[in-house]
Design a protein around this ligand. Structure first.
Ligand code: GP9
Ligand code: MN
Length: 411
């Protein structure tokens, strides 16, 4: 019934900064601009500045993250669970946590939400998704319809041939190239989400299309991982150029986000070899960092930000940049630019990262040193741990109980 949503509302209002609105000078920096949101498949931050036999794996992104027209959050964590890419989409669109089991896109696609595309539609944006896979994968067609995307350019919108596809399907280079004409047909301002596909497990690709060597370890998966990452890096570089050629670049901001990890714990031994250190609980959590960059053409105050942030924060952050006052929203995340934001990121399994600590599997680590907190110090994580469990529980209740039916977002 409606009483539980009031309790959750009180909790969120008590713990969130007061609205996301005028809280930083970036408010409205992207007002009325197009938003090109790129969900980069399986990209983890350890790829940044990595070299294989002396060659950078991802030269374009390495450069982009340091540019003056880019704001890069280097401590941005994915928060996905079994729903993988669909979980990342769900978190970004709703600022709710994914479920512990299954994918919300499948299990609760008919719920009432106050999703990003709906909010943007009301502000005059045309909204669309570009992804060259079967439209019903992850039940996207049903969920997208419910949460208000105007268009979904799925596999059928693309020319897929044996020459331009490998792995999961259409190569990212052909994907972006063929998307431009559709993007040009959008009414401006638009919000368009692109979901890449080439850099996906098992990361195998034709060697004549690879521009970097394989890594050499006991894990074939990790060995291949750098090659497909490089391919996607090249595809993104071309995409930026195509946007410029199409006259779309100047009036847009481009947001790049990693959806989830690509290298699972199963490959810890090879990962240890690559990192030159043991992958313990602390390191495992730190490996869940993925890209989050806001690229603003013409902007000159770009910086590398250190705050602990995550996918849950993307919706309030985007609305802040667009100058959209969405003050009655119920979000578990905060605007990343608000200095009063809550200072922890919860993972679906109850692990968390705060400014001071990393907590996982019952162990509390010092975030800076990675040193395990022992005995009496373990209590340091307890107060945050309680909030993490509370939030995951509240978010679950919203989804399972379809509680947004009882909340008026337009009050
Ligand atoms: C499938 C693509 C990959 O359409 O989004 O899904 P994933 O396996 O990463 O969830
Ligand atoms: Mn994915």
């Amino acid at each position: 019934d409606g009483s539980e949503i009031s309790e959750i509302e009180s909790y969120l209002k008590e713990h969130s900064p007061d609205g996301q609105q005028k809280s930083s000078d970036l408010y409205g920096v992207a007002e009325d601009k197009n938003v090109i949101f790129v969900s980069v498949e399986s990209f983890q931050n350890f790829l940044f500045d990595a070299e294989i036999n002396g060659t950078e794996a991802t030269p374009f992104l390495n450069d982009l993250k340091e540019r003056k027209d880019t704001i890069w959050f280097k401590n941005f964590y994915h928060q996905t669970a079994q729903g993988k890419t669909s979980d990342s989409e769900f978190i970004v669109e709703n600022s709710l946590y994914p479920l512990g089991r299954g994918s919300v896109y499948f299990t609760h696609a008919q719920n009432e939400y106050n999703s990003l595309p709906e909010v943007l539609n009301e502000d005059g944006y045309e909204t669309s998704v570009f992804h060259a896979n079967n439209k019903s994968f992850w039940n996207r067609d049903v969920m997208y319809d419910n949460i208000g995307y105007d268009q979904f350019y799925d596999e059928q919108s693309y020319q897929v041939t044996p020459e331009n596809s490998f792995g999961w399907g259409l190569e990212d280079k052909a994907f972006f190239e063929q998307s431009i004409k559709y993007l040009q047909s959008q009414k401006q301002p638009f919000y368009s989400k692109f979901i890449t596909l080439t850099h996906h497990f098992p990361f195998e690709m034709p060697q004549d299309k690879a521009n970097i060597d394989q890594y050499d370890s006991g894990s074939k998966t990790l060995n291949h991982y750098f090659q497909t990452a490089r391919y996607t890096d090249e595809a993104l570089e071309q995409f930026f150029q195509q946007l410029k050629d199409a006259g779309l670049y100047e009036d847009s901001i481009i947001v790049l986000m990693g959806d989830h990890y690509g290298i699972s714990e199963f490959h810890n031994k090879a990962m240890s070899q690559f990192l030159g250190k043991e992958v313990d609980g602390y390191e495992h959590v730190q490996l869940q960092r993925v890209p989050f960059m806001v690229h603003i053409p013409g902007y000159e105050n770009g910086e590398i930000r250190e705050e602990v942030v995550g996918q849950i924060d993307v919706k309030p952050t985007l609305l802040h940049l667009l100058g959209i006052d969405n003050k009655n929203d119920l979000t578990f995340g905060d605007n990343m630019f608000d200095e009063n934001r809550k200072d922890f990121i919860a993972m679906r399994d109850g692990s968390f990262v705060s400014e001071d600590y990393v907590f996982t599997n019952g162990t509390c680590y010092d975030r800076e040193s990675g040193e395990q907190r022992v005995e009496e110090k373990a209590e340091a994580c307890q107060p945050i741990k309680e909030r993490v469990d509370q939030e995951l529980n509240y978010s679950d209740n919203i989804i399972y109980g379809d509680l947004f039916r009882f909340y008026n977002f337009k009050q």
